[in-house]
Design a protein around this ligand. Structure first.
Ligand code: GDP
Ligand code: MN
Length: 390
């Protein structure tokens, strides 16, 4: 579960991490004057609350000097659709705008805590080059990225936080504040069962204070049962498809590519995605309809797949083990009656009653391409997606 910036910053604040003075979020223009008052004297910064980074470049962050400018910016921002490099081609509607007192920035630093799977522990990542896309920096200048492994039973040690401070060239007077901040950030990560806690940028203000200007927290869904403070929190639009899938017992994870994949079984799904990649394509998602794969689930899965506007072709790869292929074929046909399929569809069935399943699909006159092997299916899907892209 991803938390919005203002939720993350409110948690930070509870851990003593300095954040800008805030007027809170508004959902209507009428709430702006009170929010500006709460945020104190201007200038202010208006920030679109969507579950994606890179808002700055997409018009989702505006610094304003007067209440009139704030009003114009809020009016433009509320209801705006925003697409950043992190929204996977889709756009998110801005329903909440955060009003903070603006900070004067003299330096931007990157600071986060993530799970390091190889080291099997959380790791604090820092860089003196904040504000930048950390993924790019990791590629172009890996030496600029600093790391400190966190012992989960002890948190970040103060000597580790000091070592980061020195390497980040935090000015002497701010070192104690940095140490507290970094340790608190690691504490937030552990306490919230997070998979990511990120401050980008952490700024040093004109008056030399350290302030978390932005905040992102991703909580491991498997730990939500014990994260009582987050129970009942509605998940945002970015993961709307994932949530919709979860409701009908489908595991769905959105990815960056353009081939929508519908598969039964997580292992087959992974194998299919590898094969698509090998054939020169790129999957738009991971989708496991589960072992059952009933017509209802296949319909739901198609609907979810086709909501992703990046999808240029759909690849169905289903193994009929417990479920017979003819039943699956009927399910696919039934599902196609209920969805508006505008992109090419490649279907590969294998397993029990496969001949009967294929015959049903062939005789149906539905426009689809049948494939015999996984390799054949992947190549056909890649070709179809490329053709549709032109
Ligand atoms: P993101 O682009 O979605 O990560 O949004 P951020 O909250 O990180 O803001 C993007 C950029 O806007 C920051 O890196 C800053 O350069 C700028 N910015 C955000 N808040 C302020 C502020 O209070 N004052 C000033 N001067 N710039 C700000
Ligand atoms: Mn940011």
């Amino acid at each position: 579960m991803k938390l919005l910036e203002y939720e993350a910053k409110s948690i930070f604040s509870g851990y003593g991490i300095p954040v800008p003075r805030t007027g809170g979020v508004i959902t209507k223009l009428g709430q702006l004057p009170a929010a500006l008052r709460r945020a104190g004297k201007g200038p202010w910064v208006l920030k679109a609350q969507v579950l994606a980074g890179g808002r700055g470049k997409a018009g989702g962050v505006k610094v304003v000097k007067t209440p009139a400018d704030a009003r114009a910016a809020a009016q433009a921002m509320l209801g705006m659709r925003i697409a950043t490099h992190q929204t996977h081609g889709a756009a998110l509607t801005v329903r909440e705008v955060l009003i903070d007192q603006a900070s004067r920035i003299s330096r931007e630093i990157y600071l986060s805590v993530v799970l390091d799977r190889r080291e099997a522990c959380p790791v604090v990542i820092a860089s003196a080059e904040g504000g930048m896309q950390i993924e790019e920096l990791a590629k172009s200048k890996p030496e600029a990225i600093l790391k400190e492994a966190v012992d989960p039973s002890r948190g970040l040690e103060s000597f580790q936080a000091r070592r980061l401070a020195f390497r980040l060239r935090i000015p002497g007077p701010q070192i104690p504040a940095f140490v507290r901040l970094a340790q608190s950030l690691a504490r937030v990560f552990l306490d919230y069962d997070a998979s990511l806690v990120e401050v980008n940028p952490l700024v040093i203000t004109g008056s030399g204070e350290l302030v978390a200007l932005d905040g992102k927290i991703v909580v491991d869904d498997n730990a939500l049962f014990r994260q009582k403070t987050l129970a009942g929190r509605k998940d945002g639009e970015a993961s709307a498809l994932e949530l919709q899938a979860k409701k009908v017992g489908i595991s769905y994870i959105g990815l960056d590519g353009d081939i929508g994949c519908m598969i039964n079984g997580a292992g087959l799904a992974m194998g299919t995605m590898d094969t698509v990649a090998l054939a020169g394509g790129s999957p738009a998602n991971f989708l496991d309809v589960g072992g059952g794969a009933t017509a209802k689930q296949v319909t739901a899965a198609f609907k979810i797949l086709l909501k992703d506007r990046k999808v240029k072709a759909v690849l169905v790869n289903i193994f009929g083990g417990i479920m017979r292929c003819d039943v699956i074929a009927q399910g696919v046909l039934e599902a196609l009656k209920n969805v508006n399929m505008k992109v090419p569809l490649v279907v590969r069935l294998e397993g029990t009653n496969v001949e009967e399943g294929k015959r049903l699909l062939k005789e149906s006159r539905v426009r689809l391409t049948l494939a015999d092997t996984l390799w054949d299916a992947a190549q056909k899907a890649v070709t179809a997606a490329k053709g549709a892209g032109k």
